[in-house]
Design a protein around this ligand. Structure first.
Ligand SMILES: [Zn+2]
Ligand SMILES: [Zn+2]
Length: 168
């Protein structure tokens, strides 16, 4: 049960300022995705992903090397030119690691929503679709328009959060 509020007393003690406004579910999961991203081991970009269903977190992932292999932070990135732009080939992407974590622990992620600090790339979009994930919310854009086209064609809902953040 919620404790009864006494606005006059809160004003006197400053208690009303101690507690920030309660975040929406979208804000809450996106904030966690940003926290997850801080574990990234590639200095080029820190990406975090959280897979959610029924307002519960199922798995999380950040971009980094496969388990037991050296980190980009320690040995440098493994750069190759892919589709005309430099890309680090040492790491798995955050979305991939979140899906792999589901396989590792036997968690069903069908019908889930994926929150990600960045728009998923083409390969991640294809994996997200075949994992049965139905919706993606991303905080920042990523220069992969083909990923957006393929998602639209496949019926995967992808939208920025907060809305319009990346100019879409
Ligand atoms: Zn790297
Ligand atoms: Zn990706």
């Amino acid at each position: 049960m919620e404790p009864s509020r006494n606005p006059a007393q809160e004003e006197a003690t400053g208690a009303h300022r101690l507690r920030p406004p309660r975040p929406s579910w979208d804000e809450y999961f996106m904030r966690i995705a940003h926290e997850v991203a801080t574990r990234s081991t590639c200095p080029r970009l820190a990406v975090g992903a959280v897979i959610v269903r029924d307002k519960r977190i199922l798995t999380t992932g950040y971009n980094g090397s496969p388990s037991g292999m050296p980190h980009c932070d320690d040995v440098g990135c493994l750069i190759r030119i892919v589709d005309g732009r430099e890309s680090c080939q040492r790491t798995l992407h955050a979305e991939q690691n979140a899906i792999i974590q589901a396989a590792y622990h036997g968690v069903n992620i069908r019908g889930a929503t994926l929150y990600c600090t960045h728009q998923p790339c083409l390969l991640c979009v294809k994996m997200i679709m075949n994992a049965g994930i139905e919706e993606v919310r991303y905080a920042a854009g990523y220069p992969d328009p083909l990923a957006m086209e393929l998602a639209a064609e496949g019926g995967l809902r992808m939208s920025p959060f907060p809305a319009g953040e990346d100019g879409r």
